[in-house]
Ligand binder design. Structure first.
Ligand code: WAQ
Ligand code: MG
Length: 277
């Protein structure tokens, strides 16, 4: 088997304790130089005085690499954060997350899920039935890493998303992360909204439902965001899960379907029919 010689490139920029910019890529050796320069330019272009800018390149030789197809994308038209969160719970239910666990996650993210009260750098890991938090470090959470689009798939997804009116880089990055996370061993579903005060959209993602977006999961101006990874505790092994999320590499080589916005009722009813209920 011919194995591409791939590298994981990571960039992280901060000013004082504040995180300013971060990104990661998976690229072939011949693109390492170009990619690292591009990320440096991106960080310096943020227009604030950085105290620290770190860009690393790690060879993926000897690391497991999975090729995945991106989750299907759909947007549910909700008018505000309150209805967004309520529909999100129903979508989570379809993916096997109990109402208690969903509402516990929403409460944590809304209030700042880190032990010290702010947003976490990573995600909570929650028992999909009880809502109990299982991540080893509840201050920082667990970060999913080492995932990227293959160039051809990146170009294709940008087109498909822009055809349904989605042009923000956050959607493309979040869809890649959600695709990796959804395929994790023992994963039931993910819930996410951004900590960027201007970005109100969020999503629920799972193999069962695909990537289900909401234009509102928080109010405009809200500083707190976060992620919850819901797991089926009886089939999950924490060490394998964390190894998959942090160490194993995922390259997204193809796109799923990108569907136009629909009313929540339409989506939820269709799921019921689809499941023969
Ligand atoms: N792994 C795990 N958790 C993370 C990671 C990661 N790599 N990156 C961020 N988080 C957690 C952390 O708690 C952040 O506070 C929170 O997620 C939000 O991160 O389709 O931009 O980077 O348009 O602000 C949703 C996209 C955008 C909706 C999500 O998240 C759409 C986004 P942010
Ligand atoms: Mg952010």
């Amino acid at each position: 088997m011919v194995r591409e010689n791939l590298y994981s490139i990571r960039m992280r920029a901060s000013a004082g304790k504040r995180h300013i910019s971060g990104a990661e890529r998976i690229v072939a050796f011949e693109n390492v130089d170009k990619t690292m320069s591009g990320l440096i330019t991106r960080a310096l272009g943020k227009g604030c005085a950085l105290d620290r800018l770190v860009v690393t390149a790690d060879s993926l030789q000897g690391t497991e690499l999975r090729h995945l197809t991106a989750l299907d994308v759909i947007t549910l038209s909700v008018p505000d954060a309150e209805s967004g969160r309520s529909v999100a719970s129903q979508v989570l239910r379809r993916a096997g997350v109990s109402p208690q666990a969903a509402s516990a996650a929403i409460d944590h993210i809304r209030r700042g899920a880190a032990l010290s009260g702010g947003a976490m750098r990573g995600a909570m890991i929650m028992d999909a039935q009880t809502g109990e938090r299982l991540e080893p470090d509840p201050e920082r959470g667990v970060r999913a890493s080492r995932f990227d689009w293959r160039d051809s798939a990146a170009e294709k997804i940008r087109h498909l998303l822009s055809d349904i009116g989605l042009t923000h880089f956050r959607t493309v990055e979040a869809l890649a992360l959600a695709t990796k996370v959804a395929h994790a061993p023992g994963m039931a579903a993910e819930l996410c909204w951004s900590d960027d005060p201007d970005y109100t959209a969020g999503y629920v993602a799972s193999l069962e439902t695909g990537y289900v977006r909401f234009p509102f999961l928080k109010e405009k101006g809200g500083q707190l965001g976060g992620r919850a990874f819901f797991v089926n505790r009886d089939v999950m092994d924490m060490d394998s899960l964390i190894r998959y999320l942090q160490i194993e590499a995922v390259l997204i080589v193809d796109t799923g379907m990108c569907k136009p916005e629909v009313a929540p009722e339409e989506f939820l009813e269709e799921r019921v029919r689809g499941q023969g209920a």
